[in-house]
Design a binder for this molecule. Sequence first.
Ligand SMILES: Nc1nc2c(c(=O)[nH]1)N=C([C@H](O)[C@@H](O)CO)CN2
Length: 119
Amino acid sequence: MHSDRVIIEALAVETVIGVYDWERDIQQRLLLDLELATDIRAAAADDDISLTLDYAAISQRIAHFADEQAFALVETFAERLATLLHEEFAIAWLRLTVRKPGAVAAAAAVGVRIEREWS
Ligand SMILES: Nc1nc2c(c(=O)[nH]1)N=C([C@H](O)[C@@H](O)CO)CN2
């Protein structure tokens, strides 16, 4: 696995998310941190965006994914998003943190962190 990473930090997206009835009718903000494994050397050598993971394109895709989904659990959001990133961007390893700010008043944020690897 490559040790290089393309990163996206504190990406804010809006989505329907939550287990309670009152959460089914509103959009809430999630904050996402991503580490995406890749080998940046070819892109750096040729100074060519097409040879690396485009963090702008990936961020846009994630925002669209969030907008069209309505999961109960942040676990489901994280797992489905990881699969999407693997399938659409050929990402073989990632670490994804999904935070739900404000969900627990006494905490700055709660959520999940997952790592996934595909061979
Ligand atoms: N492990 C989880 N615990 C909880 C979740 C969740 O998605 N994963 N969700 C909720 C509620 O939706 C909460 O965020 C509403 O404030 C509670 N626990």
